[in-house]
Design a protein around this ligand. Structure first.
Ligand code: DQQ
Length: 535
């Protein structure tokens, strides 16, 4: 019963038990969304990896199917690792995935195609008998244990397919480029699409076009004047993802990031908390690009084994280019709002310095909250020290209990009545050189009385001018998840927390302002969330 499983989610995707990791091959085919994911059928830790499979018509409620791809052939008998789907111009979907061929984790890329295109669920997949299509060899200088995670392929104007595979050479992360005319015979390009100094292995690369204006997405093969490209890599060394916005030079077949690159710890992240091995796909029915990521646990392996499961998928996010042209914006897909019930709305009000108010009338353990703040007086704002270049560190030094003038203010999620436990998601405003600096933090340090969890604080700067705009925050609260979107989705932070008191009906939700100055809540809406049908 749920009292023994207080951390299982109500509307975030997870199977009934066992380990899950990366979302694989997301796509829409004939109006049905497919989610495949890395899954261990035998336990709550990583291993025995197969592609589990679920389908949906709304990306929220799911029907599980038999495993779609599992070890069976010499080219994948030690594991079926991550990969992507591509919809061919004929409309037929195909999958490229990584097969493990030996006990040394040697990696190759394989093709699988649907057995029966008239099965709307595409339940059975046939592996191409001439697999593998791409393999490490001395001639191609590919490191066999670092060669994985093919992307969705894109088609050039020359009618040649391209795909990238994550890799590394020594410490240099690589997006190895392959080309093919028929999707079967693939030839490695001389140069990678892009690479990054000293980043280590690039897992689950993703490469896709984004329109320079508006919120619509485009097909992965689109190039042109109204399009920028995004390259993302998941860094195995730190388990953080970084992306850049840049230009795809189709003549050279090279990606050129606008400024900076995925080369250091200073790039952009989709999410500054727990979010990894993500992948996007183009939803041609709703003209949007959707991002999907894996949220791993912050609990101990022993606790994962005890509870019998590990890992969830984030709520799918629509992504588009921010008006600045310098970063992406992410927002939970609109379908999620169908689960909202019993809206609690607060009239606009002043939240006095040092105060906490309860948002009552929602099931605080399973909720969706949107709050926005307005600041009118910036005079007392704390001065920003330019040496504060690490926002995560700044958030841990200035946690929820450290008061300044403007902040911390935000939400206390999954809070116990007496505030012994809470996860604080909040803003702080500083006076910078020529603008105000907004810091967004997710402070897990008081999230649980159980000390076995990783309660690391997360943080990032938020590119919003609080003089001209309201400061908005949306948090998706789901038992052991607090998935937060600041500034309409410009900065996202996902946390995993394991309260011991603030569970089920004992969980509360508060808005707080521990700064010395007043702030105004210009709007607050909170909804109880219905349970999604997931299995
Ligand atoms: N997970 C897969 C790999 C990938 C890693 C194995 C990223 O293909 O590189 O389960 O989480």
């Amino acid at each position: 019963s749920s009292s023994h499983q207080p951390y299982r989610t109500g509307y975030h995707f997870q199977p009934p038990q066992n380990w899950i990791n990366d979302p694989n091959g997301p796509m829409i085919y004939k109006g049905i969304y497919h989610l495949f994911y890395q899954y261990n059928p035998k336990g709550a830790v990583w291993g025995n990896i197969v592609w589990a499979h679920s389908t949906s018509t709304d990306l929220i409620n799911w029907t599980p199917h038999e495993h779609a791809i599992y070890p069976s052939q010499p080219f994948d008998q030690y594991g079926c690792w991550s990969g992507s789907a591509t919809i061919l111009p004929s409309g037929k979907p195909v999958i490229l995935y990584t097969g493990i061929i030996d006990g040394k984790n040697t990696q190759v890329q394989n093709l699988a195609v649907p057995k029966n295109l008239s099965d709307p669920y595409l339940r059975e997949w046939i592996k191409y008998p001439k697999n593998p299509l791409m393999a490490p060899a001395v001639e191609n200088q590919i490191n066999g244990s670092s060669f994985r995670d093919p992307t969705t392929a894109w088609l050039g104007h020359d009618n040649i397919w391209r795909v990238i595979i994550g890799s590394k050479r020594h410490r240099r992360g690589l997006a190895i480029l392959y080309r093919s005319r028929d999707f079967k015979k693939w030839i490695k390009a001389k140069h990678p699409l892009h690479s990054g100094k000293n980043t280590g292995m690039w897992e689950c690369p993703d490469f896709f076009p984004v329109l320079t204006a508006g919120q619509n997405g485009v097909d992965t093969s689109i190039v042109g004047p109204y399009v920028k490209h995004v390259l993302k890599a998941s860094l195995d060394d730190t388990k953080h993802e970084y992306y850049t916005v840049g230009t795809y030079n189709i003549t050279l077949d090279r990606y050129i990031p606008d400024k900076g690159s995925v080369e250091s710890d200073s790039g952009l992240r989709y999410d500054y908390g727990k979010f990894y091995a993500s992948k996007t796909f183009f939803d041609n029915e709703k003209s949007r690009r959707i991002l999907w990521g894996w949220i791993n646990e912050s609990s101990s392996v022993e606790d994962d084994i005890k509870k019998g499961w590990s890992g969830v998928q984030a709520i799918p996010r629509k992504i588009w280019m921010d008006k600045s042209g310098k970063q992406l914006v992410q927002w939970p897909i609109v379908e999620l709002e169908k689960l909202r019930v019993q809206e609690v709305k607060l009239p606009s009000k002043i939240l006095k310095g040092g105060s906490v108010i309860e948002v009552s009338g929602v099931t605080a353990v399973q909720a969706d909250v949107e709050i926005s703040f307005e600041i009118s007086d910036f005079k007392k704002a704390e001065v920003f020290d330019p040496s504060w270049t690490n926002p995560q560190l700044l958030c841990s030094q200035k946690g929820a209990s450290v008061k300044s003038a403007l902040g911390p203010f935000g939400l206390l999620a999954l809070a116990s009545k007496d505030l012994q436990e809470y996860t604080a998601v909040f803003f702080r405003i500083f006076k910078g050189q020529d603008k105000y600096v907004v810091l967004m933090c997710s402070d897990q340090s008081r999230s649980s009385l159980n000390e076995d969890n990783d309660k690391m604080t997360y943080g990032a700067f938020l590119n919003v001018d609080p003089v001209k705009e309201k400061l908005s925050l949306r948090s998706l609260i789901d038992h052991s998840i607090v998935e937060s979107f600041g500034g309409g989705g410009k900065t996202c932070i996902t946390a995993r927390v394991y309260p011991t008191l603030a569970i089920e009906k004992q969980a509360h939700l508060y808005a707080f302002n521990y700064g010395t100055e007043n702030v105004k809540i210009s709007s607050l809406s909170a909804w109880s969330m219905k349970k999604a049908h997931i299995y």
